[in-house]
Write a protein that binds this ligand. Sequence first.
Ligand code: GRF
Length: 196
Amino acid sequence: MKPKNIVVFASGGGSNFKALHKATLNKEVPARITALISDNPDAGALKYARENEIRGIVLSPRDYDNQAAYTDMLRKILEKESPKLIVLAGYLKKIPDEIVDLYKRRIINIHPALLPKYGGKGWYGMRVHRAVIENRDKESGCTVHYVTRDYDEGPIIAQSKVPVREDDTAESLAARVLKQEHLLYPKVVRFLLSHN
Ligand code: GRF
């Protein structure tokens, strides 16, 4: 299969981005990550991109006078990269509606919970894992879903479950879930690229 272009968005450390990049290098995922877009100039993901010859782009709505100008810039960047798939990996900004509509069923996200539980605006990072522990859930996991106009509400593509142990802390649970994310996300990307 000829490699297809992927663009990744990440705001933080980017361990999912790194896992996906490794999977492209070992050909598990027949794709080329052409660009990493981040709203955070200090993101570990950006540093990794630059060290690995992936175009690192800092783009934040804060730097634009209005939402339309920001959206326009994002649209132009994406047009240039012509991605088959846009992969959100720990990206904390909302993708503008116009972009979501333009790339319908071509933007995916990974969420550290079994959606529809613990999803929606404000549900991210350790907040999710703390709530799982507080609610004494017996299992948690991660979900890959299509991105639609509403946070975490797009159709679910795949989930991976992990047990929640009696002595788990939010941190130990987060680490277990993240490990699954690194396995699940490349698999889903591979699947989607081969079926599109
Ligand atoms: C992951 O837990 C992912 O589910 C969520 O943000 C986190 C990103 O982690 N959307 P990393 O930057 O990939 O390490």
